[in-house]
Design a protein around this ligand. Structure first.
Ligand code: MV4
Length: 451
């Protein structure tokens, strides 16, 4: 096991990683920007290093400073959390070259899944279903028109260097296609420095269902069931749950086995997530994320595994000591992401001083947060200030618990998304578990108070 882990991140996930290290008796190092000097991750870590001045937006991306901080403090591993450098292949390679373990997959595995057309091809080769589409990337308009005609409109043109909703364009018919295709290529080139695109049939009303996988350095791979993340706004997830109301035991086995085949095919090491679109009876590979995700706690609640501890053990060379076949999910878990944002003002960030803070508690209630009364939410970062996760015997109990937990969660100062989330979880469509990824666009009234 490692002696000392540096956490190359901030906010709630930095605290989450510190907690896992404590349980493993591993020392911790925090790095921080000047804007985060008063943050709890700095206070809770055994050691800390300032890696950047205010305004600090990019401090957590400074690879040389982070490597230097690890060397200075004697850290033998780095946990990247999510966001920032978590899916940066160069950073993973640099850690390795510096004799520091990167707690995550290899640089090559990050690269393979980061190139979305390559990921799609690897999924197909592993027998994972994909949406009908082009074989690889397509450069020529003539060829692209031919593929679009074959797979039938509407089609979606995706940048191979994109992902997470970035670099996508929909073409409704052949008349639009040439213009949209060229636009997609140009946008991809300017946004990612790589103009390559691929084409898929566009599914209009899918659910987003993702499988949690773990792979170790001894060739083992397992899955831990699914998370349903269909409640999204502009590719930001707002609510996640496990199990998915749209997945039965047979579909879970199919999707889980498919995800494990993909992980196995690339010798995947660490925690990963294989994202699917579920449409009617079909499920189709979308992307693989090579990091721990924001919504990992819902999987922890229904499996009782500590995913961050598993990540650290795997990076230290330990074997996965269990069969995670997803058949033993216990009860139901739901997570709400609480942001310092104003839903009535287009989710505009609302940073600033927190004047009162009282989190909910009781059986089956978990709050992952880095904020506290008298803390000032800086304006430089993501506006996630807390994750509220509840667990119940069944979905109904979890929903009831979530409702009361949201309504008793006191955060004063910044405007938060709590009242909005409270309306969403009480919406008949959400309660019925029948919504798709277009849900919030269809329900603009949810954005306003007293709807
Ligand atoms: C799609 C799609 C429909 N058809 N691909 C969005 C994020 C990126 N990972 C891929 N995305 C989509 N890919 C095909 N062939 C619809 C989306 C999509 C979406 C997917 C999941 C959750 C929310 C979404 C919102 C808009 C579009």
């Amino acid at each position: 096991m490692f002696k000392k882990v540096l956490i190359a991140n901030r906010g709630e996930i930095a605290l989450r990683v510190i907690r896992a290290c404590r349980e493993l008796s591993v020392e911790t190092v925090a790095v921080y920007s000047e804007a985060d000097r008063e943050s709890l991750h700095v206070r809770f870590a055994d050691d800390d290093v300032c890696i950047g001045p205010a305004p600090a937006r990019h401090s957590y991306l400074r690879i040389p400073h982070i490597i230097a901080a690890a060397e200075l403090t004697g850290a033998d591993a780095i946990h990247p959390g999510y966001g920032f450098l978590a899916e940066n292949a160069e950073f993973a390679d640099t850690c390795k070259a510096s004799n520091i373990a990167f707690i995550g997959p290899t640089g090559d595995q990050i690269r393979q899944m980061g190139d979305k057309a390559t990921a799609r091809r690897l999924a197909q080769e592993a027998g994972v279903p994909t949406v009908p589409g082009s074989k690889g990337t397509i450069d020529e308009l003539e060829e692209a028109l031919e593929v679009a005609r074959e797979i039938q409109y509407p089609v979606i043109i995706k940048a191979t260097a994109g992902g997470g909703g970035k670099g996508m364009r929909i073409a409704r018919d052949a008349d639009q296609f040439a213009q949209v295709f060229t636009l997609a290529q140009n946008e991809a080139l300017s946004a990612f420095g790589n103009g390559s695109v691929y084409i898929e049939r566009f599914l209009g009303a899918p659910r987003h269902v993702e499988i949690q996988v773990l792979g170790d350095s001894h060739g083992n791979a397992v899955h831990l069931g699914e998370r349903d993340c269909s409640v999204q706004r502009r590719h930001q997830k707002l609510i996640e749950e496990s199990p998915s109301p749209a997945v039965d035991a047979d579909l879970r086995t199919e999707m889980g086995d498919a995800a494990v085949r993909l992980a196995g095919a690339i010798g995947y090491v660490g925690a990963g997530t294989v994202e699917f679109l579920v449409d009617g009876d079909g499920h189709y590979f979308m992307e693989m994320n090579t990091r721990i995700q924001v919504e990992h706690p819902v999987t922890e609640m229904v499996t009782s595994f500590d995913l961050v501890k598993e990540q650290i053990r795997i990076a230290a060379g330990e074997k996965i000591g269990f069969r995670g076949d997803g058949r033993r999910l216990r009860g139901h878990a739901i997570e709400c992401r609480i942001n310092a944002e104003d839903p009535e003002r287009n989710f505009q960030p609302s940073p600033g001083l927190i004047t009162a803070f009282h989190p909910p508690g009781g059986p089956g209630v978990r709050v992952d947060t880095h904020v506290y009364a008298a803390y000032t939410v800086p304006p430089f970062y993501d506006s996630l200030i807390a994750k509220l996760i509840v667990h119940g015997h069944d979905r109904e109990e979890a929903l009831t618990r979530m409702g009361h937990a949201l309504d008793s969660f006191i955060i004063e100062g910044p405007t938060t998304t709590i009242p909005f989330l409270s309306r969403v979880i009480r919406h008949p469509g959400f309660i019925a578990g029948t919504i798709d990824t277009n849900f919030l666009e269809r329900e603009p009234d949810l954005l306003r108070a007293r709807s």
